[in-house]
Design a protein around this ligand. Structure first.
Ligand code: NCD
Length: 305
């Protein structure tokens, strides 16, 4: 197995390296105090050229909880990008200050450019509507901790499946595990991209596309809700028309399995009513906590400390 040097997309994951990260994350989850000094003397650069709350803060907290330090650009307006510096030059520069880099960028494919010139481990924290592999690690750890397996499940994705990068990364990754089936719930305009469907067809993985939650709710083991990605729309009217297409409430959950879990990468806008938060199947705030834990594990694996 090739060692994981950078993390740019779900193509970098193998079952082996995923289990290494998830097992280490599980150890950290139960014994955080054993890792307080694990990255002492190391520096994480967190470069966020697009808004973020959870991903940036969880990366930075992860590094601090491992005893390391953090330098960051959280407002692109005050970096040299505004002077016209290329992404490649920015990454080359930051590589000579930091031991590991996490970057979020609005452009699809930017993470690949950055990885090529980075002389230290590079992590994609979201590139446009393309991929978000550390959210996938967060999702997998949450599934693993709650369902105790990554196999034999019916996983439904609901909402903006066209622009939702967390969906693209998770579908491609969890399809590496045995006997998972997918249901894609979206309006036609926000359907899952063809390249993902082709990927599933080539691997003979079963999936269907539907337009309502109600028609499939009783079949689902994992319901992955998503926000309509306003910032990726070209047209405000389309956004307004589609933004509230799915709203999960207690009524819709009446026919769901008792052990179904509800995930959401957050932020939520309107797609899950607050009344659902107290349902024991709602796991999206556990997901937030596990996102920090799994990033601690990823940082340690990439730094090889
Ligand atoms: C997601 C993202 O940035 O793609 N958020 C996150 O990282 N937790 C989902 C979203 O913004 O809707």
């Amino acid at each position: 197995m090739g060692k994981l040097k950078h993390l740019v997309s779900s193509d970098d994951f193998t079952k082996e390296n995923l289990f290494e990260i998830l097992n280490l994350a599980d150890e950290i989850y139960t014994n955080k105090e054993n890792f307080l000094q694990s990255a002492k003397g190391k520096v994480l650069a967190s470069l966020f050229f697009e808004p973020s709350t959870r991903t940036r803060l969880s990366f930075e907290t992860a590094m601090l909880r491992l005893g390391g330090s953090v330098i960051s650009v959280s407002d692109p307006k005050i970096s040299s990008t505004t002077k016209g510096e290329s992404l490649a030059d920015t990454i080359k520069t930051v590589s000579s200050y930091a031991d590991i880099i996490a970057m979020r960028n609005p452009f699809d494919g930017s993470a690949n450019v950055a990885k090529k010139v980075s002389t230290v481990p590079f992590i994609n924290a979201g590139d446009g509507s393309h991929q978000h592999p550390t959210q996938t690690l967060t999702d997998l750890l949450t599934i693993f901790e709650t369902k105790k397996t990554l196999e034999n499940m019916t996983i439904a994705f609901c909402g903006d499946l066209k622009f939702g990068r967390t969906v693209h990364s998770l579908v491609k990754t969890i399809s590496k595990f045995e006997n998972n089936k997918f249901i894609f719930i979206s309006p036609i305009e926000l359907s899952i991209p063809d390249y993902i469907k082709m990927y599933l067809q080539e691997k003979n993985i079963s999936f269907k596309e539907v337009r309502t939650i109600e028609q499939v709710i009783s079949e689902i083991d994992i319901l992955y809700m998503t926000r309509v990605q306003k910032e990726r729309f070209f047209n405000e009217d389309d956004y307004i028309r589609l933004k509230d297409c799915y709203i999960l409430d207690n009524k819709k959950l009446e026919k769901a399995k008792k052990d179904m879990i509800i995930l959401h990468p957050l932020p939520r806008v309107n797609e899950i009513k607050e009344e659902v938060d107290s349902d024991p199947r709602a796991k999206y705030f556990l997901q937030v906590h596990l996102g920090m834990i799994v990033r601690m594990a990823l940082i340690l694996k990439l730094l090889e400390v």
